[in-house]
Design a protein around this ligand. Sequence first.
Ligand SMILES: Nc1ncnc2c1ncn2[C@@H]1O[C@H](COP(=O)(O)OP(=O)(O)OP(=O)(O)O)[C@@H](O)[C@H]1O
Length: 204
Amino acid sequence: MQSTASLTISNLWIERGERDLCQGLSFSVQSGEIVRILGDNGAGKSSLLKTIAGVFSPLEGKISYVGEDVTFDRSLLQKDAIYLGHSVGVKSLLTVVENLRWYCPDVSLGVLHEVLELLEITNHVDVLVKNLSAGQARRVALARLWLSNKTLWLLDEPFASLDVRGVTLLEQRIQQHVLSGGLVVLTTHHDLLTLSSRDVVLLP
Ligand SMILES: Nc1ncnc2c1ncn2[C@@H]1O[C@H](COP(=O)(O)OP(=O)(O)OP(=O)(O)O)[C@@H](O)[C@H]1O
């Protein structure tokens, strides 16, 4: 993980279907900061995160990471970032432990079990993800996040399906991440309980 990093979005326009989204959006996020993307349903929050992650190219504008222009080649950013989307973000036909060994092959089994314990899913390590509840599956995706060692976290509705304890655990982990130099860009329709963020509002 990088000790200092920055992401800058300048004059970004995204086209999806027939719609222009973001409409000249600019913001930046530095190590130690959380930026929360707000907006109505359909405003373009997921499209923005996917564009930063490199799933789509913007119509116009510039994306810079650690001072480098990565608009047309997001590989530098991708090496350093993890994107968790709306969907569960783990493989439904693998068990909990198989998923984490697949996504985090360099992590020892000991560390992996510590994280599963922290996320309170140790009773389900050998269960296929498709047989877990939505909240339990989300916790497996969070275990992947916990273990990733990436600097930039791009999180689309990460609190979805989590119970109160799950929300607390995730907020604590995000706080720990930014305190150790990480950057977080997230979307959520929920209020953040303990985290302070800078908000960027997308207009419909
Ligand atoms: N697969 C797609 N193909 C074409 N257009 C799409 C597609 N997905 C989304 N869009 C368009 O992009 C717009 C923004 O969608 P997006 O999912 O980014 O919004 P959002 O702000 O994340 O919404 P929500 O709060 O409902 O999750 C939608 O209104 C839709 O018009």
